[in-house]
Ligand binder design. Structure first.
Ligand code: FHN
Length: 423
């Protein structure tokens, strides 16, 4: 790190924003771009197209006539999500706003000609939901981006790589994003890992880029999906497809240490981030609830992904999950929003959250056949009250040797059986 990044001191606004983000618990990730038209996920260019210029022609047919930002935002808000993270530009380099830095964008290159980021930002601000912007460090289209381990078979000319030019381009784009669309809750970077196998460490000049972002919007949080310890200047720590501290996804040799920064886990609703027509394998609402409870039980937020269709609509199954999740959150959200990780970390029977001196035990084993007869929670003192949530009915318990033991009904009727324990 250069001198500029050393000793990054977040401003008061930034710290307040971190708290706001920490309390949010649920966000919806949206991967949407011209790749949605090929309906094979957001990596289609890298995976299947030998000539990126042929791929780029798809822009001329992108006309998502059913796109309605307000409808998206309302459905997402009704699900209980407090923020949206939108792919302003993914690795295919296509910009979903009216950027002046390249003509390869939604307004200049498509017949649709509408600034998607603007419409989404306006809808988010109107509905009072945070807006986070995903921004790819990688670009499979531009020659000036110095190729890493991806984008090698799309017909790019490696001899034209020009990092200073590309860096300036990115910063000019980020400046647009942070000056034209009102408050941006976070910039969510992705792609650092493209150069993780370089013989000499690649210098992304993150310090300079982060300083620019914090100068333009001091409260704006920065996250970088690099699967490593946070760099100086980052305000949130991201875990893709892993709970904080896990390494099921196998991105690095060892699981990244969990930092004291606000935490976020991102995961897909089906299997793919971008729309994939054959991927209808959506997680059930109960699975999503369990995932959310487990992330909250780690003190993290869940950023749950949807890949909108090429016509601009959210897939019916995604809408169904949002609706059912919203129903559940309208009652149980109170046990998650503003909570911290509770004393029992995610385990076979579920997880615990804690808020205002009350522990919430969420009993929701993945395998309902493994419903425990009882759960135990370490507590220094006998609890003041143990009740069922939300009914408030008293629950029988024993307290011995600093251990609270609560019997669990054999067949709970809710996907997540919640007990409130007042310290
Ligand atoms: O390559 C991307 C992928 O397409 C997607 O955007 C995910 C989201 O976390 N991030 C990268 C893979 O780590």
């Amino acid at each position: 790190l250069t001198a500029m990044a050393q000793g990054y001191v977040p401003t008061q606004e930034n710290l307040a924003e971190r708290e706001d983000f920490r309390n949010a618990k649920l966000g919806i990730f949206l991967h949407w771009g011209i790749y949605s038209m090929f309906a094979q996920g957001e990596w289609y260019l890298q995976n299947a197209v030998p000539d990126r210029m042929e791929y780029a022609k798809a822009a001329d047919a992108f006309y998502p006539h059913r796109f309605d930002a307000r409808q998206w935002v309302r459905a997402i808000k009704a699900a209980g999500a407090k923020y949206i993270c939108f792919t302003t530009r993914h690795h295919d380099g296509f910009s979903m706003w009216d950027t002046q830095q390249s003509d390869y964008n939604i307004v200049k290159a498509t017949p649709f000609k509408r600034d998607i980021v603007k419409e989404l930002a306006d809808a988010c601000h109107e509905e009072g939901i945070r807006l986070h912007l995903y921004y790819s460090h990688i670009d499979w289209m531009r020659d000036d981006y110095p190729m890493g381990r991806t984008g090698r078979n799309c017909g790019k000319d490696a001899s034209k790589s020009d990092w200073p030019h590309y860096f300036q381009f990115m910063n000019a784009q980020l400046t647009e994003l942070l000056t034209r669309y009102g408050k941006v809750g976070a910039i969510w970077f992705d792609g650092w890992w493209d150069h993780d196998q370089d013989a000499t460490p690649f210098n992304w000049q993150l310090d300079e880029q982060y300083a620019l972002i914090h100068k333009l919007q001091p409260a704006c949080l920065i996250g970088n999906n690099h699967h490593m310890e946070p760099n100086e200047g980052e305000d949130i720590q991201l875990f893709e497809r892993d709970l904080p501290g896990e390494n099921k996804a196998g991105f690095v040799d060892k699981a990244a240490q969990v930092s004291p920064l606000p935490l976020e886990t991102c995961e897909t609703m089906n299997g793919m981030w971008g729309y994939k027509v054959v991927d209808q394998n959506y997680k059930s609402t109960n699975e999503i609830i369990r995932l959310l409870v487990n992330t909250s039980g780690k003190g993290a937020n869940l950023l749950l992904n949807i890949g909108p269709q090429p016509n601009g609509q959210l897939p019916a199954l995604a809408l169904d999950r949002l609706k059912h999740l919203g129903k559940w959150m309208s009652t149980y959200g109170a046990t998650l929003y503003g909570s911290q990780a509770g004393p029992v970390k995610p385990c076979e029977w579920g997880a615990t959250t804690e808020k205002n001196g009350t522990i919430y035990a969420h009993i929701c084993p993945a395998d309902t056949a493994k419903m425990p007869a009882a759960i135990t929670i370490p507590m220094a003192k006998k609890p003041k009250a143990v009740t069922h949530f939300p009914s408030g009915a008293k629950v029988a318990y024993t307290y011995r040797n600093k251990l609270l033991t609560i019997d669990v009904p054999a067949n709970p009727t809710t996907p997540d059986h919640v007990i409130a324990i007042k310290r």
